[in-house]
Design a protein around this ligand. Structure first.
Ligand code: CAA
Length: 387
């Protein structure tokens, strides 16, 4: 008899930047047809962090409701996945560990591989819980997607965080094996150490994403993964939501199976409004699917994670029967509606205003509704506060 515990995502909560730019405004300001952004890219808005917000404050804000619901017992590991690390050495999760009052008997580490890091964290967390099912692992995926002003990638920026608790006998999503993986050394998107905006070869990145998808899919099948027809909903990484549509169509062509767009569309509802959130994007897609109207208990969700550079992974999850006991949709929609609209000039001032030089101490005022704030730099070290 197989007595291995069922392991997966027990809880999930989201956060985003407190400012929002309407992409129609960016289109008018840059002389582009708004339909290019709305239809061509599948994006309506992008979240913009206030000066006192970054991956740490968004990550802490995402994780706080999970700790309110479940406490800290059993959490001995925090995995923080990000492309937008705030220090070359210290893990961003260590700041979050203090802000959230986690116990000292805990390991904290940061994971990096562009937008893929959150899935790596999930697989590691599954291994930790498999070894000792009493343990629970807190995962935080948090990013600020930043490209140069006046580049083709500018409308695909965004900011957000998704926190997840991985545990045995999970409430939300069981994650069975197998999983399909793919890696190739490609310069499609990267960020040199001296740059706070990403370098990107746009068209190459789209091709690399699609190659990673079919490569990871083929490996998933080779490892004994289910037939595509047995998957009820799909979440694909969403640098812009139209990319997920391209992926969905490519999977249909690749497998020769008709995959209705309705099987992936619900996954785009939050990302259309948030923009790219790199490591968090896939899990915003999952949040949107779990928050959608239809009852998905027992349904199988396929998830494709892509991180430029490039790594891809395809895996599936099975929605647990009681997954609707905590309703998250209202909170998420309120959070998105509560963002403060900014003009293009204001957004660009915020973009340029991110402190790059740490040699002088600076103080940053708490301007966002909080409760977590980046307070400035003292002696070249970052300071964070909690209201
Ligand atoms: N009405 C409707 N659609 C329109 C339109 C209009 N008026 N004008 C243009 N479009 C359509 C185009 O036909 C095109 O559609 P198709 O993709 O179906 O051809 C779409 O809008 C985009 O137009 P362009 O191809 O001309 O866009 P662009 O060259 O200005 O830039 C981009 C697009 C390359 C994606 C750019 O935004 C970019 O570099 N983004 C960042 C990179 C990225 O997100 N890559 C995705 C894969 S990498 C990844 O996934 C990792 C990650 O998170 C970064």
């Amino acid at each position: 008899m197989n007595t291995a515990p069922v392991i997966g995502i027990h809880d999930l909560a989201v956060a985003t930047g407190s400012r929002v730019l309407d992409l129609a405004d960016l289109a008018y300001a840059t002389g582009v047809e708004p339909a290019k952004f709305h239809k061509g890219l599948g994006q309506d808005q992008m979240s913009v962090p206030a000066p006192d917000e970054d991956i740490v404050t968004m990550g802490a804000a995402a994780a706080a409701p999970i700790l309110e619901r479940h406490g800290t017992a059993g959490i001995r590991t925090v995995l923080f996945a990000t492309e937008t690390g705030v220090d070359q050495s210290k893990a961003a999760g260590v700041f979050v560990h203090r802000l959230l009052g986690l116990p000292s008997s805990c390991r904290v580490v940061e994971l990096k591989q562009a937008c893929y890091g959150g899935t790596a964290a999930l697989q590691m967390a599954m291994g930790i819980v498999a070894r000792d099912p009493r343990e629970r692992v807190l995962i935080i995926t948090s990013d600020v997607a930043r490209y140069g002003i006046d580049t083709a990638a500018e409308p695909t920026q965004g900011a957000g965080a998704v926190a997840m608790l991985v545990a045995a006998d999970p409430d939300l999503l069981e994650i069975p094996g197998p999983t399909g993986v793919w890696t190739a050394d490609i310069d499609d998107f990267w960020r040199p150490n001296d740059s706070d905006v990403a370098m990107v070869e746009g068209k190459l990145s789209i091709d690399a994403y699609l190659d990673a998808f079919t490569g990871a899919w083929d490996d998933y099948r080779a490892q004994g993964g289910v037939d595509v027809g047995e998957i009820d909903r799909f979440c694909h990484h969403q640098p812009f939501t139209r990319m997920a549509e391209k992926a969905h169509r490519r999977l249909a062509e690749h497998t020769g199976v008709d995959l209705p767009l309705e099987t992936f569309l619900p996954s785009t509802f939050y990302n259309r409004r948030i923009g790219n959130s790199y490591t968090a994007s896939l899990f915003f897609a999952l949040a949107a699917v779990l928050d959608a109207d239809d009852d998905l208990a027992g349904a199988r969700v396929g998830l494709f994670s892509y991180g430029s550079g490039a790594v891809g992974e395809f895996f599936t999850g099975i929605v647990r029967p009681g997954y609707r006991e905590v309703m998250r949709r209202e909170r998420t929609e309120q959070m998105l509606d509560a963002r403060v609209p900014v003009s293009v000039a204001d957004y660009r001032a915020l973009h340029r205003g991110v402190p790059r030089d740490t040699t002088n101490d600076i103080t940053v005022d708490a301007v966002s509704a909080g409760p977590f704030h980046f307070a400035g730099i003292v002696g070249r070290a970052r300071r964070y506060t909690r209201d």
